[in-house]
Design a protein around this ligand. Structure first.
Ligand code: ADP
Ligand code: MG
Length: 480
């Protein structure tokens, strides 16, 4: 091992890591790392910023440690070398320096090797929430305190779910929203909102026994309980909860035994006016593989959905997040992110975080052109389809006009032209119907869109300068 050079060692590490994280995360978080030193089984890696270091420690420490132990051996250790940007007092020159920090022991694999390899991840899962030896059982609610109502931005997309959730938290078990079922696609805030309900209820009613559990964990615990002949304990444990939050119940699909036990627990809680909050990636009616009697229970209370947030809400979410982290970046960059990412909130946050990762401490330094380049790459890597919003934004940026103006009734020549170009690109680059495109481009009908496409095609053939615009825009919109 000592014979190998550091680059060799690090590239072995990278190979392992690459197999264990998504390509995008690999590019964002591991590619930029430079190995700088290897001595006494300590490998020192250089990372571009404090933020970057914190992110690695928070999210990738397990995989890093495992990898290093695998490549370097049991005594292998990790140290960071952080490039410090001493930029705080603006105007002065950047003085780059580095500081070295050992990796924390957060999330260190300190458990001894597990003897039953088949059940690796399931050690002590049976009633893991109970601290034994106490008379009145103490249960850790398993809530994520970042997922509060305060951090959950309200918009048209989530108003009903949010206010029903809030009502439930103020009056658990006593509203008609029992169960409260929150559903929506991935990354739209189900886990966040359901945690918020738990947090708020716990704040208001100190003694309330609240428990958040993913449906998957519930199932694993149940299987464990059966193996240990402790099914009754399991059922009793869940029946003692006052506010039970089960996340991602679609996971129960096809798992009859688990559904069965959940059905009994649910009935018990409901009869005793205990609150149940459920989340699912589909509305109850579309849940396949779920027993009818359970489905009908799900429908007893209220089902509320989460939708994709509109532009303003997306911006507010980004701002909220930056504010929380004490980071300041220019408004036009925020706007650009919100325009570009239209899939879901997780992607939106992912884009912001990737962007922050590229910059060192002073976030004011984030410049629009860099941000654009990075985001364009991000969007093209992730978005399945370019959105009409995005096309409009690119076209308007190109001609330096406001999107609002483009959507207005103005007949000024350059505005009309931008509008027609946006329609034209929407037609060729998205699967949207002519009617939908028209609606998005200032409430025009499908005939107007058709006419716009013809006009653009004509101009491409006859006007050289115009052809140049179209080529430029096409590159911006499609080059990956
Ligand atoms: P889901 O469980 O539906 O897949 P999550 O609750 O995990 O989605 O949300 C994904 C990310 O988006 C989380 O980081 C969450 O905090 C954030 N998020 C979702 N909706 C909002 C919102 N309305 N305001 C602030 N952050 C949100
Ligand atoms: Mg979730």
């Amino acid at each position: 091992m000592e014979g190998k050079d550091i680059n060799q060692i690090w590239s072995e590490c990278l190979k392992i890591i690459e197999d264990n994280v998504t390509a995008r995360n690999f590019n964002t978080w591991f590619k930029p790392i430079k190995p700088v030193k290897f001595k006494n089984k300590i490998i020192t890696i250089q990372v571009p910023s404090q933020f970057f270091y914190e992110w690695l420690e928070e999210h990738y420490i397990d995989i890093l440690k495992k990898t290093i132990k695998q490549v370097i051996g049991k005594e292998g250790k990790l140290e960071y070398n952080i490039v410090i940007d001493q930029y705080y007092n603006n105007k002065s020159y950047t003085t780059k320096g580095t500081s070295t920090l050992p990796s924390s022991n957060k999330g260190l694999l300190s458990n001894n090797p597990i003897k039953q390899p088949l059940r690796i991840s399931q050690t002590q899962i049976r009633n893991p929430f109970i601290i034994p030896g106490l008379k009145k059982i103490q249960i850790d609610p398993q809530l994520n305190y970042n997922y509060s109502f305060k951090n959950f931005v309200e918009g048209d997309c989530n108003r009903l779910a949010r206010s029903a959730g809030y009502a439930v938290s103020q009056n658990p078990g006593k509203t008609s929203f029992n169960p409260l079922m929150i559903y929506g696609n991935g990354g739209l805030g189900k886990t966040h909102l359901s945690n918020a309900i738990g947090i708020e209820a716990k704040k208001k009613f100190n003694d309330l026994i609240v428990l958040y559990v993913s449906a998957e964990k519930f199932q694993t615990q149940f299987v464990d309980a059966i193996m240990d002949n402790k099914k009754n304990d399991f059922v009793h444990f869940y029946q003692s909860i006052d506010l039970l939050i089960v996340d991602d119940v679609q996971f129960f699909a096809g798992k009859e035994k688990t559904q069965d036990v959940f059905f009994h627990i649910f009935n018990h809680l409901h009869q005793n006016n205990k609150q149940v909050v459920l989340t699912s990636d589909k509305p109850p009616i579309d849940l396949q593989g779920m027993e009818q009697r359970l489905l009908s229970r799900f429908k007893w209370g209220l089902s509320a959905d989460l939708q994709i947030p509109d532009l303003e809400t997306r911006m507010a979410i980004l701002k909220r997040k930056l504010y929380k982290d004490g980071i300041d970046i220019p408004n036009d960059v925020i706007e650009h992110i919100a325009f570009s990412i239209t899939t879901n909130v997780r992607e939106l946050e992912g884009a912001l975080i990737s962007l922050l990762a590229q910059f060192s401490l002073n976030k004011k330094e984030i410049k629009m052109d860099l941000a654009k380049r990075m985001l364009d790459k991000f969007v093209k890597n992730t978005a399945k389809e370019i959105s009409i919003d995005y096309i409009q934004k690119i076209v308007c940026d190109y001609f330096e006009i406001q999107v609002e103006l483009m959507k207005s009734k103005t007949r000024k020549r350059e505005i009309v032209q931008a509008r027609q170009l946006a329609m034209y690109f929407s037609k060729i680059l998205t699967k949207s119907s002519l009617a939908k495109i028209g609606m998005h481009c200032g409430n025009k009908d499908h005939a107007t869109v058709l006419h716009a496409c013809k006009t653009i095609n004509n101009l491409i053939e006859t006007d050289k300068q115009f052809r140049g615009y179209v080529n430029d825009l096409e590159k911006k919109l499609t080059i990956y």
